[in-house]
Design a binder for this molecule. Structure first.
Ligand code: SER
Length: 319
């Protein structure tokens, strides 16, 4: 396993930035190929191999797979929920065609393992919203959710039909200080920390009691690597696994920040993302992931808040 060569597509995004760093500490710098549609920054180039890849360009992906002898692919390139609503046709194309490129490469025997992220966005208005089970009604109301639901079905189909070793997690909203989120409905939970430090106030695009499932990035990265390194027989479901970290509303995250900055204020100005959030679960039941491959979260809201504020202060030279 440790001698595999890994390609991360979409490595400059919110998850990719942190995942590449962690994979490199485990597999070695040169065994993890970062790739994104944008050219590398000088910093990225100094950190290890980097290739420009458009996830829609099958030939470009294949060239990199051959060049480095890649046998595992983490496909992270996608349009997220808010951006996808504004550009539905392109979102569908990008989110689906990129997945087919990788699933087909695995079917043809060029790569042996795939990671593909799913999302709580697969759930919709008809899904039970509290402690949403692994197996339940799945009728997503967003383009992003529809693409994730379809992707899950295709992953399972390729596994059942061709034995493709593809693994997937339904991420909740992800919060970290090392990278910026892009185009999601849960992004507010990252922005709020930046604004708390810069202005001691935040104008939130979701209403105060909008509770959503969330997770601190170190938990999400660990979950990703754990599911990918678990013995294949433990991964008995090839669609996306529910995983839970914590659940909170804008009002509750503001209260957690107030413990460190008593004068912090929050205002609410819900926009189109409110309807997306209102169609998603409030909390997630992750019993199946716990049972199959031993998933267990480590961070709650208070611990995450402390770490977010301390680290953002450091990187922004505020201490
Ligand atoms: N964080 C994502 C979004 O808001 C959910 O998968 O789109």
């Amino acid at each position: 396993m440790e001698t595999d060569t890994i390609l991360v597509i979409g490595s400059s995004g919110q998850i990719g930035t942190e995942l590449v760093a962690e994979l490199r500490t485990r597999y070695g710098r040169d065994r993890v190929i970062a790739s994104d549609i944008k050219p590398a920054t000088p910093e990225q180039l100094s950190e290890g191999p980097y290739e420009v890849i458009d996830a829609l360009n099958r030939d470009q992906i294949f060239e990199v797979v051959k060049k480095y002898g890649v046998n595992q692919v983490y496909l992270l390139a996608a349009l997220l929920s808010a951006t996808a609503e504004k550009n539905p046709m392109f979102a569908w194309k990008l989110n689906m065609e990129s997945l087919f490129h990788i699933l087909e490469m695995a079917r043809e025997g060029h790569i042996r393992k795939i990671y593909w992220p799913s999302s709580i966005a697969v759930f919709g208005l008809t899904t039970p919203r509290d402690n949403t089970p692994q197996f339940t009604v799945i009728e997503p109301g967003t383009v992003y959710g529809i693409s994730k639901q379809a992707g899950e079905r295709w992953c399972e189909w390729y596994h059942n039909k061709y034995g493709v070793d593809v693994r997937s997690i339904r991420y909740p909203g992800l919060i970290g200080w090392k990278s910026a989120p892009g185009g999601g409905t849960t992004d507010y939970a990252v922005h709020i920390y930046h604004e708390a430090l810069a202005n001691n106030s935040y104008n939130c695009f979701l209403a105060e009691n909008t509770t959503l499932p969330m997770m601190y990035m170190p938990d999400a990265i660990r979950a990703t690597i754990e599911i990918m390194t678990a013995p294949a027989e433990q991964i008995r479901y090839r669609g996306g696994y529910n995983i839970a970290g914590m659940s909170f509303s804008p009002k509750e995250i503001a209260m957690a920040i107030k413990k460190h900055q008593p004068d912090f204020t929050i205002t609410y100005q819900p926009d189109f993302r409110q309807a997306i959030a209102d169609s998603w679960p409030r909390s997630i039941d992750d019993a199946v992931a716990r049972e199959h491959w031993g998933w267990k979260p480590q961070f709650d809201l208070d611990r995450m808040t402390e770490e977010m504020l301390v680290n953002l202060k450091k990187v922004n030279n505020l201490v």
